[in-house]
Design a protein around this ligand. Structure first.
Ligand code: PA5
Length: 500
């Protein structure tokens, strides 16, 4: 690994430390690196470890091997998420699997009225990101034409909440009444049931409640598509049901953990149901993977991000990472990142069995909303955070704030300004204020909110936790901690059923 000069770039007449890719994606780390922050000398201490981490990533890409990684059954397991951006013959995403996804697109378009995506954790969070960024809040209230003939989308299974499940059933029944009276046919609802293990309580209980409620409605036609482990010899419960009932299936392949599954058919089936440009999303991830093959720390976004955050935590006690994108539809990116960081790095023991109690704690925030709630803590509270901003360089359909009340000076003063520019001034002011009080922060910039740049961002974050796992010597690909409550919950549910 070469240790080249730290690059500085000129922005708006000032020198900044920033890593900018050809695509325009950038990582501005000026407020995280330098005098009084993580220093070059700090990073140099880990020069050997970074080199080893980079070599480990090469091996992971080539062989799917990660030192000491075992599945939850204690078996050696490959780690294959880095293969997913490459749509190639013999790969997990292949021309054949893309054609299979296109079948789903063709099936739902102008045919299915509503899709309910059922899943939790890794089988939900990435799908919500794709939906929010591509469709936005008001997708379901658009007309069929405005949605391009694609169905309405609902989510379920991400909790075991009877109130919301009842509301969803009533909502589907109401729209079935409308379809019946206006279109003189039954409403078509597709239940997209996503569970790698095929038996997750949260997902499957909602599935059964919905399935039962809908099949008893005379004016609703229900179909099911299952997304689960494809193994037919040892089928998951969901796979078995799919085989018995003739439901179409898509795969959550071996070697792809829930938190990386947005790039496989978990995320891509939802993408197919709304007509997303899947290739653009995967291309962004692929180009980011190539950038992350750079052995120069200052040119490899995932390695640099991991190194700075790791040292900020280890040496400066910045154990909390506040993921704070500026923009409503990016809040689910923060929520997706919570799982990625928490499950990957929150580990009691390292790969040699030594107790380390490692893990930076992730926190969801969104700008500007949380500047009016959390920022007080970020600015003056415990000195234990890195605030990671995400900024959109240029917004599509921006508004210039009009001068509607010229007599009100305060309002007249903000007129003529674009909303997107006002949002960035707010973010920049927050960053400057934090920096002025020794609060570490950094910013990822997406030139525009496109699927390509979203693919770049999410893949970089996934690769970054893989690097940090190496630096901290913890298995970033297991989650033994989530088994603890499950061992307690199983017998409790049995006792509940038995009326004890
Ligand atoms: O990352 C994980 O493994 C978990 O969050 C799972 O995604 C979550 O528990 C859902 O599991 P499954 O897809 O098996 O239903």
């Amino acid at each position: 690994m070469e240790w080249l000069a730290i690059p500085e770039v000129m922005k708006e007449g000032l020198w900044f430390m920033s890593l900018t890719l050809k695509s325009g994606f950038s990582f501005d780390y000026d407020n995280l690196f330098g005098e009084g922050k993580v220093t070059e000398a700090d990073l140099k201490e880990y020069e050997g470890a970074l080199k080893e981490a980079h070599e480990a990533m090469k091996v992971m890409r080539e062989k799917g091997f990660i030192k000491a990684h075992l599945s939850k059954d204690g078996e050696p397991e490959k780690v294959l998420f880095s293969q997913l951006p490459y749509v190639e013959e013999g790969h997990l995403n292949s021309p054949k699997s893309m054609a299979h996804l296109k079948e789903l697109t063709d099936h739902v378009r102008n045919n299915v009225d509503a899709v309910v995506s059922l899943g939790i954790g890794g089988s939900y969070l990435g799908n919500k990101v794709l939906f929010d960024v591509y469709c936005g809040d008001f997708w379901n209230s658009m007309s069929d034409e405005e949605r391009g003939g694609f169905p309405k989308i609902y989510f379920s299974g991400q909790n075991i909440d009877p109130r919301r499940t009842a509301d969803l059933i009533n909502c589907l029944k109401r729209s079935a009444g409308y379809v019946e009276s206006h279109k003189k046919r039954k409403e078509k609802v597709l239940l997209l049931v996503i569970s790698k293990s095929g038996g997750t309580l949260d997902t499957m209980s909602n599935f059964m409640v919905l399935y039962d409620a809908l099949r008893n409605c005379g004016n609703i036609e229900t179909e099911v598509v299952a997304v689960t482990d494809p193994n037919e010899e040892k089928p998951t419960l969901l796979k078995k049901l799919a085989m018995e009932n003739g439901w179409p299936t898509y795969s959550v392949p071996d070697g792809v953990g829930g938190r990386f599954s947005i790039f496989c058919e978990v995320g891509l089936t939802l993408a197919a149901c709304v007509g997303m440009d899947i290739q653009a999303f995967l291309d962004g991830a692929k180009d980011m993977d190539k950038a992350c093959q750079n052995e120069n720390l200052w040119e490899n976004p995932a390695m640099l991000n991991a190194a700075l955050k790791f040292v900020a935590s280890k040496k400066y006690g910045r154990h909390i990472e506040v993921m704070m994108p500026y923009g409503d539809y990016l809040k689910s990116v923060s929520e997706w990142y919570i799982q990625l960081l928490a499950e990957s790095l929150g580990k009691q023991v390292d790969r040699d069995g030594k107790e380390v109690l490692y893990g930076r704690t992730p926190l969801v925030a969104v700008g500007t909303t949380d500047m009016h709630s959390q920022t007080q803590q970020h600015q003056e509270g415990t000195l234990d955070k890195v605030v990671q901003f995400i900024k959109i360089g240029k917004w599509a359909n921006d508004f210039t704030i009009p001068n509607v009340f010229p007599e009100a000076k305060k309002l007249a003063d903000i007129s003529g300004v674009k909303m997107g520019d006002a949002l960035e001034v707010a973010r920049q002011s927050n960053a400057d204020a934090l920096s002025s009080n020794h609060r570490f922060n950094a910013c990822f910039t997406l030139p525009e909110l496109t699927l390509y740049h979203l693919g770049e961002l999410l893949y970089m974050l996934a690769m970054s936790v893989a690097y940090e796992g190496e630096l901290a010597n913890v298995d970033a690909f297991n989650q033994p901690g989530v088994e603890a409550y499950k061992r307690i919950m199983g017998p409790k549910l049995q006792a509940l059923k038995a009326g004890k």
